[in-house]
Design a binder for this molecule. Structure first.
Ligand SMILES: CC(C)(COP(=O)(O)OP(=O)(O)OC[C@H]1O[C@@H](n2cnc3c(N)ncnc32)[C@H](O)[C@@H]1OP(=O)(O)O)[C@@H](O)C(=O)NCCC(=O)NCCS
Length: 151
């Protein structure tokens, strides 16, 4: 499995994973807008197939934000998500980003456990964060405490 930069022509495969993973997937136009704005966009490739992706960006001078991560459900629990997060963290570190934040649906227990496993902590509940008014859990990580990101 390799983690590498997303290529524009791979958008349909990313969209396929996005649509299978979320009940409110980003439309292709938004994914491309985010990409064109210069967001970090990495994919995981396994046997020449894209099996997952992560999108992230630098929101403020020292704050990184994970916008979206998803792995094809046939490939869950094989450390693909972890490797995508680690690769993003290494890039954040290169840009001297110290705080990483993300929001996740409060009902998405699996993802919350996944992020905790990556070293994120639950910070606060953001009421009615999503369009359907579901609450979000804001999670964060202090990257300055991590000297080395293994893997
Ligand atoms: C969240 C997601 C990206 C995790 O990807 P993954 O490749 O399966 O995760 P990993 O194999 O790297 O998991 C690493 C560890 O995280 C934890 N973890 C991952 N998924 C979990 C789950 N569903 N429930 C509980 N813990 C979980 C486990 O500790 C796991 O280690 P283990 O398999 O040795 O027990 C994947 O489940 C997914 O695409 N979900 C749908 C989209 C989504 O919810 N994205 C996040 C919200 S933005």
């Amino acid at each position: 499995m390799i983690i590498r930069e997303f290529r524009r022509q791979e958008i349909n495969r990313v969209l396929e994973i996005e649509e299978a993973s979320f009940k409110d997937p980003y439309p292709v136009s938004i994914l491309l807008d985010i990409y064109n704005l210069g967001a970090g966009f990495l994919v995981a490739e396994y046997d020449n197939i894209i099996v997952g992706y992560i999108i992230f960006w630098i929101r403020f001078q020292d704050e990184g934000h994970i916008i979206s991560i998803a792995v094809d459900d046939q490939y869950h629990r094989k450390d693909i998500g972890s490797n995508l997060v680690k690769s993003a963290l290494k890039i954040f570190k290169r840009y001297n980003i110290t705080q990483i934040k993300l929001e996740v649906r409060i009902s998405n227990i699996g993802a919350i456990e996944f992020y905790k496993d990556q070293g994120f902590t639950e910070k606060e509940v953001v009421k009615k964060y999503y369009e359907d008014l579901e609450d979000a859990v804001l999670m964060d990580m202090d990257l300055s405490e991590k000297s080395e990101i293994s893997g």
